[in-house]
Design a protein around this ligand. Structure first.
Ligand code: 1HN
Length: 347
């Protein structure tokens, strides 16, 4: 039990604290409770971005700037509780990227890892480390750290995807490097589909040794993912807290597909309500198909296809599907697990 100090003692302490300041010192006992709270304090707020509202702004941006001039034509999704930070959570970045027919987003590389989750359009490709992959709605695509990558578009309609990056994590460790390629389109050295054929069919070349922390598969096509999710949903009951939840894996070791970001996808049958859940990772959800709502710490966020919902870590939430619904999500869980920091609670 702590006893309140007398006014005299308190005044002496205050002057002691002020005397420490010029020496770049401070008394821990004045800060201990804020430095080490009894449980996580959620950072930022839960929020929903309606794609119907975002889309006209995104398309308008194409009239103002080319992909080449912008380098990446992206409207970033910034947490309303973290203004000016370019963050959707304290640890992750999200943005909606638009590429128009014929455009090229020039080749560069950086130490941040990126994922793309395709929202609309077809016939655009991303080239990663010498291989192109053409992208379709619902595909999950990885751009590993420090790989050359550029995007192009051979089709005739706008193409949009959600970018997810570990920018705040890399910034925290001050390990940011970037480089522009000498040409806009980096050389293509392997046929499209090469990685999926070699590593993504349950087979692998004998003697293959991975030289990266990422999955060698860099496009997980939605057609296959969807088939697996719906087969799973027909085969048994959903998990009460998660629904039919699957994670994208690295076929080399069965671990997560990316070294910092956890990527998952779930199917929630029509009428299903999840039980309350919270975890220390902060997550970004994309509604792929269906409709429903999330209730986060008592606040409701409706979602329809292509809407994005952010749920900061340690906020308690439930999910409700009014139709058969598929939700993609990514979070900082992989980084947290590696550091022994991931915790979850089911109610
Ligand atoms: C980036 O390289 C891409 O390659 C997208 O498409 C968004 C946001 C910040 C930094 C680099 C891309 C990005 C980015």
């Amino acid at each position: 039990m702590s006893v309140s100090p007398t006014p005299d003692v308190q005044a002496k302490r205050e002057s002691f604290y002020r005397a420490l300041e010029p020496h770049s010192m401070a008394a821990l006992w004045t800060r201990l409770r804020t430095l080490i709270p009894s449980e996580p304090t959620p950072v930022g707020v839960a929020h929903r971005w309606s794609y119907e509202l975002a889309r006209p702004h995104l398309l308008e941006s194409a009239e103002l700037i080319s992909a080449a001039e912008a380098e990446r034509r992206v409207l970033l999704l910034e947490n309303p509780g973290l203004p000016g930070t370019s963050r959707i959570t304290n640890t992750i970045y999200a943005g909606l990227q638009l590429i128009m027919p014929g455009e090229v987003a020039p080749a560069h590389r950086h130490t941040q890892s990126a994922l793309r989750f395709i929202i609309e359009g077809s016939a655009a490709f991303t080239a990663v480390d010498g291989e192109k992959t053409y992208m379709e709605p619902g595909d999950f695509v990885i751009t590993p750290a420090w790989t050359w990558h550029h995007h192009g578009h051979d089709g005739n309609a706008p193409m949009v995807w959600l970018d997810g990056l570990d920018i705040p994590i890399v910034a925290f460790f001050n390990s940011v490097f970037r480089e522009e390629h000498e040409v806009d389109e980096a050389p293509i050295t392997r046929p499209a589909g090469d990685a999926l054929a070699r590593y993504g069919t349950g087979l692998m070349p004998v003697g293959y040794r991975s030289s990266t922390l990422n999955s060698p598969v860099f496009n997980y096509p939605y057609a296959r993912t969807r088939e697996a999710l719906y087969a799973l949903s027909r085969a048994g009951a959903p998990d009460p807290h998660a629904g039919h939840l699957m994670r994208y894996t690295n076929p080399v070791d069965g671990g997560w597909a990316m070294p910092t970001l956890a990527t998952m996808i779930r199917m929630l049958p029509a009428g299903f309500f999840t039980s309350p859940y919270r975890s220390t990772d902060s997550a970004v959800f994309v509604c792929v198909e269906g409709a429903g709502h999330a209730v986060v710490e008592g606040q409701q966020f409706d979602f329809a296809p292509h809407d994005v919902v952010v749920i900061p870590g340690w906020m308690k939430y439930t999910l409700h599907a009014s139709k058969d619904t598929v939700l993609f999500s990514y979070s900082d869980r992989v980084a947290q697990e590696k550091l022994g920091l991931f915790h979850e609670q089911r109610f």
